[in-house]
Design a protein around this ligand. Structure first.
Ligand code: SF4
Ligand code: SF4
Length: 327
């Protein structure tokens, strides 16, 4: 036991889907548990944080952190585990790029509190009380983490050694990542532990793409019966494959759902959104400016579409109190 690498698995602003993906390794998880000593994993085991605080710096070989950083508790744990770990792996789209939780950057903290604690139809809060970081009750002080005005990626808060994207990451890439750490056969710091190609390069539908693609109308997936073999884009359905890293196993494509971009952009692409927009606009075929505008306007919630998993990494900006969203 003493010589086994110590591993911590911890969720920040996460939905637990990433933790479930680790559990779903099935028999392979038994092999992982055999080869490493898990020192923290709130989803599966009862460990106390003060045990982590008592550990020496870099005593943990690997911390696997899931989720984005949204509050002071997330930040505190991310910093603690960074200090105690030799290696930190940003695990899943939320840790790598902010994930779907990052879409909250289109709202301010005030917008979110007003909706969640005052305006949502199911809320009963006659005194309009909002959560406070400190509340005094019967001479005692109850504390809550501070809810930040911004959703951060993990590397916007701490130094990250490796990235494993996906929502959640697929089993083969998880097993490869753990094996790489256990064997010490690691790629250079900062690497993403997934293929370097774009999803379109590996997609089975790519071969059936027409040599010249033209989009004259954008259709939403629920509005049509999509052909299960043809490229979605060729059918006028938005698919983020051209601007997304491969490695997911095409789970969505195989179930006739277009790619939504959870693996983030391929290497060398700074923003998934602009890359995708340029790919899409080069395919749009229209005779007049008005026709172009009509096609573009038919994309419902373009910012939410093109930045579904990556808003906190984007150059798009965010909603500021009292200002209109930068477009
Ligand atoms: S990446 Fe997906 S599965 Fe993982 S925590 Fe975020 S939303 Fe959940
Ligand atoms: S756009 Fe989508 S469906 Fe078409 S080849 Fe790329 S990943 Fe496959």
């Amino acid at each position: 036991m003493a010589n086994k690498p110590k591993v911590a698995i911890y969720w920040l602003g996460a939905c637990a889907g990433c933790d479930e993906a680790i559990v779903d390794l099935n028999e392979a998880i038994l092999q992982v548990v055999e080869t490493v000593e898990i020192v923290l994993w709130p989803l599966a085991m009862d460990f106390k944080y003060d045990r982590i605080e008592a550990m020496g710096d870099e005593e943990i070989t690997l911390s696997i952190l899931t989720g984005s950083v949204r509050n002071s508790d997330h930040e505190e744990m991310a910093r603690l585990l960074r200090k105690k770990s030799k290696l930190v792996l940003a695990f899943g789209a939320c840790a790598c790029f902010g994930g779907t939780a990052g879409l909250a950057n289109f709202k301010t903290r005030e917008d979110i509190f007003n909706w969640v604690y005052r305006d949502a139809p199911t809320v009963v809060n006659p005194e309009t009380k909002f959560p406070q970081t400190e509340t005094r009750i019967n001479g005692k002080i109850l504390t809550l983490p501070e809810f930040y005005d911004h959703v951060y990626t993990l590397n916007q808060i701490i130094d990250v050694d490796f990235y494993l994207p996906g929502c959640p990451p697929p089993p083969d890439l998880i097993a490869n990542a753990v094996n790489a750490v256990v064997s010490g056969d690691l790629p250079p710091k900062g690497s993403t532990l997934a293929p370097r190609s774009a999803l379109c390069d590996t997609c089975s539908r790519n071969k059936k793409k027409p040599s010249r693609m033209e989009i004259r109308q954008i259709k939403r997936i629920h509005e049509v019966e999509a052909d299960p073999d043809s490229c979605f884009l060729a059918q006028g359905i938005i698919c983020l494959g051209p601007a997304t890293r491969s490695g997911c196993g095409e789970t969505c494509i195989k179930t006739n759902i277009p790619c939504r971009g959870c693996f983030g952009p391929p290497p060398g692409v700074v923003g998934a959104g602009p890359k995708y927009l340029s790919a899409l606009t080069s395919l749009i075929k229209a005779e007049t400016d008005e026709d172009i505008r009509e096609i573009i306007d038919s994309i419902d919630d373009p910012a939410g579409y093109f930045y579904r998993f990556t808003e906190p990494t984007s150059i798009l900006g965010r909603k500021m109190p009292g200002k209109q969203m930068e477009e």
